[in-house]
Design a protein around this ligand. Structure first.
Ligand SMILES: Nc1ncnc2c1ncn2[C@@H]1O[C@H](COP(=O)(O)OP(=O)(O)O)[C@@H](O)[C@H]1O
Ligand SMILES: [Mg+2]
Length: 330
């Protein structure tokens, strides 16, 4: 039990403790003298009473501080699970709550870091194992060194290269070491260029580019926005049926430039709509397909858009297919 928990300030608490203990001392003193007790006994008795009073009232006032010391030591050892009792409403209570919030935040960051390491190792191991198996077969002359084998090996190496590049990109974006280089560019030009590049891997794509107003420009880092669009269009191409149209559009309102990429594929279910932006997140279908990506494309896109202080999301109201919406401040 902490009797002074409802009070909202340490000063008031100390005031209450002092007044109460002085009052107890005075009452004890008076009663003791009236009962004819010797002065020394009265003084000792009322002193003890006052100490008891302080002990009772001030109970728990500083214990969160001691708990914090213990928890901070645990954290330094890498254990983020300790929490501090934060029932009081004063400054110590506030500090305890802030401390608990910080501890949860750190615990989450630590979990994400572990997940990241696990994911990265897994993603790197897959193509490396495949390459190793193929090379062993070649050396043991189990398979012929034909162009098809080499092409498959090249694919695995390209996959490794892509993964490492994306990881580097993501870490540079997250650490903020590459500042954005703002400039004014033609939106249509950028959309068309990203479309052309993303199409290089598959010819059978109908890409529609719609820009209103037609000659509009945007003020952002064109290199980075190109990367976002490329990732979105590449996803759209990969997920939509052959020959189905993909619409890339841009329009501008007073405060925003909105870029959208829409396809006629299976779309993204509502419950996955926010998870697809997590690093390494892939739907089960994408995970099992052999030519799938790394699951980093949308994570990179979100970082870039957020660096521009914009937002990116899946339009879950789209009736069919997948529609990605990027909003950039104009
Ligand atoms: N246009 C789309 N249609 C359907 N699903 C999509 C689309 N774009 C992305 N996704 C889903 O989001 C996941 C994450 O995308 P992304 O980060 O680009 O990774 P990757 O493309 O490497 O799989 C994909 O694996 C897929 O499940
Ligand atoms: Mg992708």
């Amino acid at each position: 039990m902490r009797p002074l928990d409802p009070l909202s300030s340490i000063k008031i608490k100390l005031g209450v403790v002092i007044v109460a203990s002085v009052a107890v001392t005075a009452v004890g003193h008076t009663l003791g003298l009236r009962a004819g007790m010797p002065l020394v006994a009265v003084a000792l008795g009322s002193g003890a009473l006052s100490l008891l009073m302080v002990q009772f009232l001030a109970h728990g006032m500083t214990s969160p501080l001691r708990e914090m010391v213990a928890a901070a030591k645990n954290m330094a050892r890498g254990d983020y699970s300790s929490r501090v009792t934060a029932t009081s409403r004063d400054e110590v209570g506030e500090l305890a709550r802030a401390f608990n919030a910080m501890a949860s935040e750190l615990a989450q960051v630590d979990r994400m870091r572990r997940d990241l390491v696990a994911n990265v190792s897994h993603e790197l191991r897959t193509p490396i194992s495949a390459l190793q198996a193929m090379l062993e077969n070649l050396i043991d002359e189990v398979v012929e060194p034909d162009p098809e084998t080499f092409a498959t090996m090249l694919q695995q190496v390209q996959r490794l290269g892509r993964l490492v590049n994306q990881l580097l990109d993501l870490s540079r974006l997250e650490s903020g070491t590459v500042p954005l280089q703002y400039s004014t560019f033609s939106v249509r030009g950028l959309l068309e260029q990203a479309g052309r590049e993303a199409r290089m891997h598959s010819q059978d794509v109908q890409l529609k580019v719609e820009v209103t107003p037609d000659g509009m420009t945007a003020d952002a880092d064109p290199e980075r926005i190109h990367q976002v669009l490329y990732n979105l269009i590449e996803n759209a191409i990969r997920h939509s049926p052959a020959g189905a149209p993909i619409t890339v559009s841009a329009h501008r309102s007073d405060s925003n430039v909105t870029l959208t990429v829409a396809d006629e594929g299976p779309g993204i279910p509502e419950d996955e709509a926010s998870r697809v932006f997590e690093r390494f997140y892939r739907s089960d279908a994408a995970r099992s397909s052999t030519q799938g990506g790394t699951g980093l494309g949308l994570a990179i896109a979100r970082w870039i858009v957020e660096l521009h202080e914009g937002s990116i999301q899946v339009d879950t109201t789209a009736p069919h297919g997948c529609k990605m919406v990027v909003e950039l401040p104009a």
